[in-house]
Design a protein around this ligand. Structure first.
Ligand code: 13P
Length: 338
């Protein structure tokens, strides 16, 4: 267990954060399709090579979350991605859920699958060099949802996944995502997020998960994207912190937020505000584990073209640096222009 605790601490140490580059093939293809990038194994490989070979990435990124296809891939010159990542000083991780599926008898809600055979997959990933794992549950907010049935089933799946990870020597990154889609208010997001987190920690405890050897990857508390009232960065930061302080045990070594489709600059500004206003009063460090809020500008520059690789890498590094600054509480809008 000492090894797991050390890994969990290393992932949130200093001012670095996680880079989620674990989009499933369908999700990655959807993002490529929007930009006219071919949706092939080779395009996905080339894109992931661009990411992992970004010079200086290890200055800002402590861990990279890979996908089953990606952890088995190599650079064009044959070097395995896992080796490239480790050589950059970054800890390799792996997404192990198999996706959120329609939940039976719960219209509009999803349950994340992937527990069957997980013990064997974790052993294989560990053998391939992964030291942590990720599982994402999604909770939609709307009329009468999320239901207790959906919250409970997802919390139990997260807890069973986490227990298996720790058995295999991997740090579970536990991601219960309350979605931003909809007209709900910030207050409702806070209520739902708190209920979900309480249920998740209840199940983690029941399943014997050691809090010191895990990381939490929550959503920020935000108004729905279609909500007419959009609170300030500071108001969102305060609501998020009040919610997490109620529901997350102090033994958890760190919190690494997902970005959830927020504009990249706003995700940095909100993380920054939380660190500026609360850092000295929190039991856990506040880090990031962003996918879109680190990758999106780079993907848009790359467009699948070899000629744009270097410019795309600069954009990726720029976002990683902004988020590192946000961890320190030193992010400013001026950084976006440098
Ligand atoms: P976003 O930061 O784009 O929400 O992705 C985080 C993630 O890992 C989703 O599972």
């Amino acid at each position: 267990m000492e090894k797991i605790i050390d890994t969990a601490r290393a992932l949130v140490a200093g001012d670095k954060g996680l880079l989620a580059m674990d989009e499933s093939n369908p999700t990655c293809n959807k993002r490529f399709a929007r930009l006219g990038i071919p949706q092939t194994v080779e395009s996905r490989r080339a894109y992931r090579e661009l990411i992992v070979t970004t010079p200086g990435l290890g200055e800002c990124i402590s861990g990279a979350i890979l996908y089953d296809e990606t952890i088995r891939q190599q650079k064009k010159d044959g070097t395995p991605f896992v080796k490239v990542i480790i050589d950059a000083g970054i800890i390799p991780g792996i997404k192990v859920d198999t996706g959120a599926k329609e939940m039976a008898s719960h219209p509009g809600e999803k349950i994340t699958e992937g527990l069957d055979g997980l013990r064997y997959r974790l052993a294989e990933y560990s053998h391939m060099g992964a030291r942590f794992a990720k599982w994402r549950a999604v909770l939609a907010v709307g009329e009468g949802i999320p239901s207790r049935g959906c919250i409970e089933a997802n919390a139990q799946a997260l807890a069973r996944y986490a227990a298996l990870c720790q058995e295999a020597g991997l740090v579970p990154v536990i991601e219960p995502e309350v979605l931003m889609d909809g007209e709900h208010t910030l207050k409702r997001c806070r209520e739902v997020t708190e209920e979900v987190l309480r249920m998740v920690f209840d199940h983690l405890y029941t399943q014997g998960v050691m809090f010191e050897g895990m990381l939490l990857k929550p959503n920020m508390v935000l108004p729905g994207l279609a909500c007419p009232s959009q609170e300030t960065v500071e108001e969102a930061a305060d609501a998020t912190m009040k919610c997490l302080l109620q529901a997350v045990p102090a033994a958890v070594p760190g919190i690494a937020f997902l970005s959830g489709g927020q504009p990249a600059e706003l995700a940095s500004a909100r993380l920054n505000a939380m660190n500026v206003r609360f850092k000295s009063r929190l039991p856990w460090p506040l880090a990031f584990s962003f996918a879109r809020a680190i990758q999106q500008p780079a993907l848009e520059i790359w467009q699948g073209e070899e000629a744009y690789v270097s410019a795309a890498q600069q954009a990726l590094l720029q976002r990683a640096r902004c988020n590192r600054a946000a961890r320190r509480g030193e992010y400013t809008a001026a950084m976006e222009r440098t």
